[in-house]
Structure formats: C-alpha cells, structure tokens
Design a protein around this ligand. Structure first.
Ligand code: MG
Length: 298
C-alpha cells in the first residue's frame, strides 16, 4: 500500500493513495478510532497502520489528480538520519573530489557506517522548489537516496530482526551545500539549509518491494546523472538499523536516508553544481519519482 500526506484547503490529510486508480482515502475515513493528530500526521498514524487491515472501497476514493502532495513525513520524531559514503563508487568519487574533509582517497571506503543527520526544517515536498539563498548557493549538489520509514520502534535492534521494524520506503534528495560540508569539516551545516530534503511522493509499504534490488536514477534537466542499485549498498538496511538503534531508541516515523550512489555533481571535473532553473528528478523503481526545480529564493 502507499501512504501520503496531502494538503487541502483545511490543512494536512494523512491518506492511503492508489496512483493506479488516481484516488486517495483519508485515513480517518478508514480507521474510525484514529486519534485526531494521526489524521493529519502520517508519522503519528504509523503505529495504527502497522496493526490495521485497511479495506478501501473504490466508490469512496477521492480524485488524487488535482491535490497537493506533500512530503509524506512532515515532522519526523528525530532528525532525518543519513548515511555518508554508502556506495563504493560514490565513496571513491567523493574522496577524489577534494570536498571530503573526513578522509583521503586512501581510506575512501568506510569500514563502519558514517551516520549524520539533517533537521526536519530541510523537509520539502516532492514537487516543491529547492531554494537557492545567497551564501549557500555556490556549490549545491543533489543526492538521490532510498529512505527507510520506521514502523515498530526499538533500541538495540539486531540486524536479524531489523526488517520487522521497517514500515516502508520513500525517496529523498539529500541536497548538499558542498562548500559548507568541506569548510566546516563536520557535515551538518552543509546538509541543513532549509528545504534541502525533498521527499516523497509517498511511502510504499515494505511488503510491496524488495529493498535489496531497487534501482535509483537521478536526472538533471533530463540528463541521467545517477543510475545504481541498492544491492550495491556497502552497509545494508539491517546493518544501518542495528548501528543506529545501538545508540538511540528509534520510533515510528523515523526516517533513515541510506546514502547516495555515484554520479553527484562533485564527481565531475569540473564539478557540475545546481543552478537557478535546474530540474532535478529522483526516481526509484517500485516507489515513483520526485521532481524539484532549483529556484532562487532571496
Ligand atoms: Mg546523502
């Protein structure tokens, strides 16, 4: 099943969506006992969706066509958790780019997962503009990524049981200001400008896809830049969940972006950074795609 957050005239609506029939069903119409907050906040609804068996009636569906799809998770319980250099070819291109303050070409491929975060203020819609702001606009880069949405929470989750905790998957573009990432050594500032995490278009539940074989594509103005498969992840999803939950309690609605493959802008010589008017499209098989225009916002 697919779940989305929709904005209508009265606010946000957490909904079951069926793109094939172009319909959606507000969750509170399918789950009469859903708490009020969960009817507008998908992260709050996840514990109920894990338990429920939803049976939407086609005649009750509302036309999806004209509605405004938002990021499915608008405000995750924690920062968005991200993984650095989790595809071998990307780790090498990053190390050679001169923008990696964390390692040298000799130790480009990490031996343990590199975890960092982006604040929820980066979250942006699947078709919203990526804002270019003075001072943060000189080295803006794209990163298409598969993101995990946690279902059942927990601490100390083993890799063997990790997949029981996954609710589903969505797409994120981990947009990055490379100059800040390089200058400040620690990655947080370069990853955190407002609006630098387009997400969506919906969450696909874990039963509908094989996380070990999903293809990622990123296009800039129609030119294919990234083309990879999740089977090439250095640290797979069970290992990432084990690593993060060894330290902190994960809760329903947490988002883990699993890392980006080869083909980002700094992989080119000279680097090909995003500029005003560029259209960035991130697509993952089994989920769909997000498409965002880079737009000057100051
Ligand atoms: Mg990334």
């Amino acid at each position: 099943m697919k779940f989305a957050t929709i904005k209508d005239g009265s606010g946000y609506v957490a909904a079951l969506v069926d793109p094939a029939s172009d319909k959606f069903w507000p969750l509170d119409s399918l789950l009469p006992n859903l708490p009020l907050k969960a009817s507008s906040d998908l992260a709050s609804a996840i514990p109920y969706l894990v338990e429920a068996r939803l049976v939407p009636r086609s005649e009750d569906g509302i036309a999806l066509g004209p509605v405004n799809l938002c990021a499915p998770i608008l405000s995750p319980p924690h920062n968005i958790m991200c993984v650095g250099k989790n595809y071998r070819a990307h780790a090498n291109e990053f190390a050679k780019s001169g923008f990696d303050a964390s390692s040298s070409p000799a130790d480009a491929v990490p031996e343990v997962p590199i975890i960092f975060t982006k604040p929820s203020s980066t979250i942006n819609g699947p078709t919203s503009d990526i804002p270019l702001v003075a001072g943060l606009d000189q080295a803006v880069d794209y990163e298409c990524e598969l993101a995990v949405i946690m279902g059942k929470g927990g601490r100390g989750i083993s890799r063997d049981s990790a997949m029981e905790h996954v609710f589903g998957y969505t797409i994120v573009n981990d947009v990055t200001a490379r100059d800040l990432q390089q200058r400040h050594k620690q990655w947080f500032l370069g990853k955190s400008p407002d609006g630098f995490c387009p997400m969506g278009p919906w969450i696909v539940t874990a039963d509908e896809v094989d996380y070990r074989d999903m293809r990622l594509f990123c296009r800039v103005n129609g030119e294919l830049r990234q083309n990879a498969n999740t089977r090439d992840l250095i640290f797979d999803i069970p290992v990432l969940i084990e690593t993060i939950s060894a330290v902190m309690t994960l809760v329903p609605g947490d988002v883990i972006a699993t890392g980006t493959p080869e083909g980002v802008g700094i992989g080119f010589k000279p680097p090909r950074f995003l500029k005003d008017g560029d259209v960035v499209e991130c697509e993952i098989t089994g989920i769909g795609k997000i498409s965002n225009v880079v737009k000057r916002a100051d």
